[in-house]
Design a protein around this ligand. Structure first.
Ligand code: ADP
Ligand code: ADP
Ligand code: ZN
Length: 214
């Protein structure tokens, strides 16, 4: 199954995408994680993406698409995947449609996690990320066993540079302007599934599984 996740920054896309991918035994592909790993390793892609990410803007479509097309050609993607954070613009969605249709494939579900802006600000301040393995925590709602330490790999947890309140406001504005139109794009394609993201992580997951029929 080919699934994409929609929703504001902090809506819970990563949290749910990881669970869905595990359930369906397909890769979880987070463009944000890939960019962050490249920045950490000092690659050219990372250097090109960093200034946009720090400013809370989107990385240009051409750079993002290059990375995504390369990734979905991988052997492990042949039975499907869960995209998290891609597509984020109409041109990205159209490029994905085109690439898939050339292979006789399509997006099966666009899962949109709905959370009002007021709730997002609080969630992001409490988010803690492991830059080593990509795990995500929340100081109140999903705390690690030992404060500041990743349960999965033992690395130290950090507050992402772009999760500071000023940058979160900018990212929300970018979301409303450039990414929210994808909800209608996928509604028109007949594959939109909307879930209430204000509920507990477990309840949101159950709602999504029902929508996917798995
Ligand atoms: P969040 O988890 O808050 O939704 P991500 O980790 O998905 O954030 O993305 C962090 C940043 O990485 C974005 O603000 C943007 O700068 C960049 N980015 C990630 N995915 C894309 C994409 N598909 N197109 C353009 N920029 C992207
Ligand atoms: P996104 O990938 O959409 O930016 P994340 O999955 O990283 O969102 O979640 C953002 C923050 O909110 C994280 O700290 C995460 O632990 C927390 N979170 C995710 N889902 C929920 C939920 N249903 N209720 C409360 N907090 C949540
Ligand atoms: Zn880790």
């Amino acid at each position: 199954m080919r699934i994409i996740m929609l929703g504001a920054p902090g809506a819970g896309k990563g949290t749910q995408a990881k669970r869905i991918a595990e359930r369906l035994q397909v890769p979880h592909i987070s463009t944000g994680d890939i960019f962050r790993a490249n920045i950490k390793n000092g690659t050219e892609l990372g250097m090109r993406a960093k200034s946009y990410m720090d400013a809370g803007s989107l990385v240009p479509d051409s750079l993002t698409l290059e990375l995504v097309m390369d990734r979905i050609a991988g052997e492990d993607c042949q039975n499907g995947y869960v995209f998290d954070g891609f597509p984020r613009t109409i041109p990205q969605a159209e490029a994905l449609e085109k690439a898939l249709s050339e292979l006789g494939q399509k997006v099966d579900f666009a899962v949109d996690i709905e959370v009002p802006d007021e709730d997002i600000i609080g969630r992001m301040g409490g988010r803690r990320a492991c830059l080593q393995c990509g795990a995500t925590y929340h100081v109140a709602y999903a705390a690690p066993k030992t404060e500041g330490v990743c349960d999965r790999c033992g690395a130290g947890l950090t507050l992402r540079d772009d999760d500071k309140p000023e940058t979160v406001k900018k990212r929300l504005a970018v979301y409303h302007e450039q990414t929210q139109p994808l909800i209608d794009f996928y509604r028109n394609k007949g594959c939109l599934a909307q879930a209430d993201g204000t509920k507990d992580v477990e309840d949101v997951f159950c709602e999504i599984l029902k929508l996917l029929g798995v």
